[in-house]
Design a protein around this ligand. Structure first.
Ligand code: NAD
Length: 349
C-alpha cells in the first residue's frame, strides 16, 4: 500500500536504492522541495526489517520539512536511511555508492550526518557528489551546533516554566551521550546544572561523567529519574504510553528526532502538566549550521540564528497559549503556513 502511505504523508518521492557490490541498501525519502532543495541527514542503522527502515525514512524526512521551514531555511525536507547488514560494511564503498545515487538527483536532495555517520563518511560521499554538507573542511560536524540550539531551547523552557532562563542548580536527566549529548552535557555543566546521564555504550556515559561530574544511571532508568528536565538525545519514539506515566520531570526538551511515538503523546504529556518543547524546534541548530556552506551565511549570522532558537521557542509557547493549542501544534501551524506561502509563490505566474 505504498502509494496510500505516500498520499497520507505527502511525500514527493521515495527511492529504494541498492548496490550489492558495496553492500549498499538505502531508502531516500524526499518529503518536500517547496521551499528549496530537500535537506536531511543520512542515518545508518541495522533495522529489524525493511518496513521499519521505510517508516523511519518517511517520518524523519517529513520532520525535516517542518524543521527547515520553522528554522526559516530556504529548504525542503528529506532523509536517507542506509540499512546495515550483518557484515561490517566497507565504509568507503558504502558511502560512495550512496553519493552516486544522491548525484543522480541533481541537487534535489542534499545530505549530511545523522546517527551512525561521521564527517569522514561525508568525505566518501563527496567523491561522488557535491550535494553533501558537514565536511571536515566546511562547517564540519553539525552536532555541536545542535547541542547549542538545544541548550538555548532549554533556557527558554526554563524561563517559561520557572521564570528564569538560568539553568544553575537545575537537575537534567540526559539520555544519550553521543555527538549532541556530550557537548550539551558540557554546556549544561558550565551553566551550573546538575546532570544524570545514561548511554547504552557505558564508556560514553563515563567520559561525560568524568568531564562534567554527572551521575551515571542505566539506560533503562534514565527516563524515570526524578529531575527538572528530561533531555532525550538518543533515538526517537521515547515518549509513549509506557514512558510518559513514569516521567518525573516538569520539562522535556532534547535533540532526538521524533521523540513522540505518536502525535497524541503530546496531549499525554500536557495532561501530566509536563512542558514538552517540540523536538524539531529544539534541534534545528545543526540544520542552521549548514547555512554557512549551503547559502554562504557568515558564521556570525548562523550563530545568531542558532541562538535565536531561544526566542523562537518563547514565541511558539506564547502563540500556543494565546490560541489555546499545544506548542507542538503551534509549531506545526507556523511551519505549514510557511510551506503553503512557498507553494503559492511557486505557483504564482
Ligand atoms: P549519536 O549516535 O552520536 O549519539 C546517540 C547516543 O545515544 C549514542 O551514544 C548511543 O549509544 C546512545 N543511545 C542509543 N540508544 C540509547 C538508549 N536507549 N539509552 C541511552 N543511550 C542510547 O547521535 P547524535 O548525533 O548525538 O544524535 C542524537 C539524536 O539527536 C538523534 O536522534 C539524532 O537524530 C538527533 N539529532 C542530531 C543532530 C546532530 O546534529 N547530530 C541534529 C538533529 C537531531
Amino acid at each position: 500500500q505504498i502509494f496510500d502511505t505516500l498520499a497520507s504523508t505527502g511525500h514527493e518521492q521515495v527511492l529504494f536504492c541498492q548496490d550489492p557490490g558495496a553492500g549498499y541498501r538505502a531508502i531516500l525519502a524526499i518529503h518536500s522541495t517547496v521551499l528549496g532543495p530537500a535537506i536531511g541527514g543520512t542515518r545508518v542503522l541495522r533495522y529489524a526489517d525493511e518496513a521499519q527502515a521505510l517508516d523511519d525514512a518517511l517520518r524523519l524526512s517529513a520532520g525535516m520539512t517542518y524543521k527547515n521551514a520553522l528554522a526559516g531555511m530556504p529548504a525542503g525536507g528529506g532523509k536517507a536511511v542506509i540499512l546495515l547488514g550483518d557484515a561490517p560494511p566497507d565504509r568507503e564503498a558504502l558511502f560512495r555508492a550512496h553519493g552516486r545515487f544522491i548525484e543522480r538527483l541533481g541537487g534535489t536532495f542534499i545530505t549530511g550526518e545523522d546517527v551512525g555517520t561521521s564527517p569522514a563518511d561525508m568525505e566518501f560521499i563527496r567523491r561522488e557528489t557535491r550535494h553533501v554538507k558537514g565536511l571536515p573542511d566546511g562547517m564540519g560536524d553539525p552536532s555541536p551546533w545542535t547541542a547549542r540550539g538545544v541548550f538555548q531551547a532549554m533556557r527558554a523552557a526554563a524561563h517559561w516554566r520557572w521564570g528564569s532562563a538560568d539553568l544553575a542548580g537545575k537537575r537534567v536527566a540526559l539520555q544519550g551521550c553521543g555527538h549532541v549529548g556530550a557537548p550539551l552535557a558540557r554546556a549544561l555543566s558550565e551553566a551550573g546544572a546538575r546532570l544524570v546521564v545514561a548511554d547504552v555504550d557505558a564508556a560514553r556515559a563515563e567520559v561525560v561523567a568524568r568531564e562534567t561530574g554527572a551521575e551515571v544511571t542505566t539506560p533503562a532508568s534514565i527516563a524515570r529519574v526524578s529531575a527538572d528536565i528530561f533531555a532525550p538525545c538518543a533515538l526517537g519514539a521515547v515518549l509513549d504510553d509506557a514512558s510518559i506515566p513514569d516521567l518525573q520531570v516538569e520539562v522535556v526538551v532534547g535533540a532526538a528526532n521524533n521523540q513522540l511515538r505518536a502525535p497524541r503523546h503530546a496531549d499525554a504529556l500536557a495532561a501530566r502538566g509536563i512542558l514538552y518543547i517540540p523536538d524539531y524546534m529544539a534541534n534545528a541548530g545543526g540544520v542552521l549550521s549548514g547555512g554557512v556552506d549551503l547559502f554562504d551565511w557568515p558564521r556570525s549570522e548562523m550563530q545568531r540564528r542558532v541562538d535565536g532558537i531561544h526566542d523562537t521557542v518563547l514565541a511558539i509557547l506564547e502563540s500556543a497559549v494565546s490560541e489555546g493549542i499545544l506548542p507542538s501544534v503551534a509549531a506545526d501551524r507556523i511551519a505549514e503556513r510557511r510551506i503553503e506561502e512557498g507553494r503559492q509563490r511557486r505557483s504564482a505566474p
